[in-house]
Design a protein around this ligand. Structure first.
Ligand code: ATP
Length: 511
């Protein structure tokens, strides 16, 4: 407990402060009222050296140790490209999704939500172009027989069989997982696990439009699982075969698309920063003409510094989200009588769609195909970015601590209530009662923990990013006050139990 004042010392200091303030003010009642919520603040002599020395290895180790993320199918040796979110991971990931949904669907007046089926009629992915073209270039090494994504292998890399790889010419490998639907497994019943959530939004455009009477511009948001049979899944949850996306299709009148694209780039960038990502770790990258998909007018990728250990600074950054101006390509593919235009210029007329996906513009009295701006983010990559950005190792006096300075909205646990002495029944019961009341009144994920000494319990909560610890001690039984410890500053304040929720709510904000 080298870093914290004992409970008795806090009380002593509190009494001294009270006496002093009463003396200075002539013992005025006003002073006492002001002290109703915070009755003592401990300015600690914290000697702290902190460094953000993070890399994927440290995050993987923390995630396993503390129960954020485990290898998928661990019990049977794993399944490559799959990860399971543990008790804290599921909370963190849910909070990322909730923060996104709140910002995108609740706080705007031009958005609707949607949740589509993962399996879709094969025709959706035929006319979207995925069946024909959703592939990555794949190469094989003739010597070691390993398979690589052509743009991710260095031909000069050392081969396990000696010297350099002997690579084949690249050939396309379709990334969609195929299955059959129903009891007969033949070619007529083929379906795919969706490789992105976007297509479900496009084919529901008319349903949403008709049922909500929306006017342009408006958008549809969806969060859900997507599946890609990545040739080389790697880098923890950065590139996996089963992942989640948070996608927006924002429909606008042609001619206003460029302005909306710019607005969305800013809005999405600001979302990450508002949740604690440091601007120096987040970049906007405008794709060059030759990098753009053939249908895209412009794309800006938001890149996060996922690989800080790489020497070349540009290589430290990779995509967490892409914001594309897709013109009317998608609605054109899926509308009745429309057509899919492929990159090589071939046109595939849509002979199956049953509805026109047009919008009647009352200003011009014309049916138009809206343009689409698509901000498409990965939940897993965003979660990884928030984990990495909040990770700090500190030396406090001569003690080491790891602290996740997660934004309170994202923190898996908001408050931990800890008894100073677990074998004192009155202290324990008071702590449990405080935990239950906080949980019930505020809805915050609040936990009670008495499985170690107070110093260790603080360290554990620091490491999983809990913003506040509430400690119940002997004095609590006398004065109905608790010590609230701040994760980031490690400062402590004495707070009356009946003012605790209000005190924490002011600090936790939008949780
Ligand atoms: P990459 O070039 O890294 O393969 P992409 O450009 O194909 O990604 P999009 O199709 O634009 O990715 O998907 C939108 C978002 O979905 C990405 O920005 C990323 O956050 C997430 N994502 C895509 N593929 C994966 C994957 N295999 N694992 C985890 N997240 C992914």
């Amino acid at each position: 407990m080298s870093f914290q004042m004992s409970a008795a010392a806090v009380v002593q200091q509190r009494q001294w402060l009270l006496l002093l303030s009463m003396k200075l003010s002539g013992g005025g009642l006003l002073q006492l009222q002001r002290r109703q919520i915070i009755i003592a603040t401990q300015q600690q002599p914290i000697h702290r050296r902190e460094k953000q020395m993070v890399d994927l290895e440290k995050i993987i180790s923390l995630c396993k140790r503390r129960g954020f993320i485990f290898q998928g199918s661990d019990q049977y040796g794993g399944l490559q490209g799959t990860w399971d979110y543990g008790p804290l991971g599921v909370e963190l990931k849910n909070n990322v999704k909730r923060a996104w949904w709140r910002r995108i669907v609740y706080e705007r007046d031009d958005m609707e939500g949607l949740d589509c089926a993962i399996m879709m009629n094969r025709l959706v992915l035929k006319y979207s172009g995925h069946e024909e073209t959703f592939s990555d270039p794949m190469v094989d090494c003739r010597k070691c027989k390993k398979r690589f994504r052509a743009d991710q292998v260095d031909p000069n890399e050392k081969c396990a069989e000696g010297d350099k790889h002997d690579l084949t010419e690249p050939r396309p490998f379709n990334l969609m997982f195929k299955t059959t639907v129903g009891p007969v497994a033949d070619d007529n019943n083929i379906a795919y696990l969706r490789p992105e959530t976007a297509q479900g939004i496009f084919v529901n455009f008319k349903n949403v439009l008709d049922s909500t009477n929306r006017k342009l511009p408006f958008g549809i948001a969806q969060i859900g699982k997507s599946y890609r049979n990545e040739i080389t899944p790697r880098n923890f949850i950065f590139r996996v075969r089963e992942f989640e996306q948070m996608e927006i299709e924002f429909f606008v009148k042609p001619g206003t698309d460029e302005e909306w694209h710019k607005k969305w780039v800013e809005d999405r960038y600001n979302w990450y920063v508002s949740l604690g990502i440091k601007p120096e770790n987040l970049r906007k990258y405008e794709q060059k003409k030759e990098e753009l998909a053939h249908y895209a007018k412009a794309t800006v990728d938001l890149l996060y510094r996922f690989f800080p250990e790489r020497e070349d600074e540009n290589k430290q950054f990779d995509e967490v989200e892409g914001i594309a101006n897709r013109t009317d390509f998608d609605l054109q593919c899926h509308t009745k009588g429309g057509k899919l235009v492929l990159a090589d210029g071939r046109e595939i007329p849509n002979q199956h769609a049953v509805n026109k996906l047009t919008y009647f513009d009352h200003e011009t009295n014309q049916h138009i195909l809206p343009y689409v701006v698509e901000p498409s983010a990965g939940v897993d990559r965003a979660t990884l970015a928030f984990l990495m950005d909040s990770y700090f190792e500190e030396t406090v006096k001569d003690d080491q601590r790891i602290v996740l300075r997660l934004h309170p909205e994202l923190a898996p646990i908001k408050v931990a209530v800890l008894p100073l002495k677990k074998n004192n029944e009155a202290i324990r019961n008071t702590a449990i009662q405080i935990k239950n009341t906080l949980m019930k009144k505020s809805g915050w994920r609040t936990v009670y923990d008495d499985t170690a000494g107070i110093g260790k319990l603080y360290r554990r909560q620091d490491e999983i990013g809990t913003p506040f610890c509430v400690t119940v001690d002997f004095d609590t039984l006398e004065d109905q006050s608790v010590t609230v410890r701040d994760r980031d500053t490690m400062s402590q304040e004495r707070v009356k139990i009946d003012a605790l929720q209000e005190y924490l709510a002011a600090k936790l904000g939008n949780c």
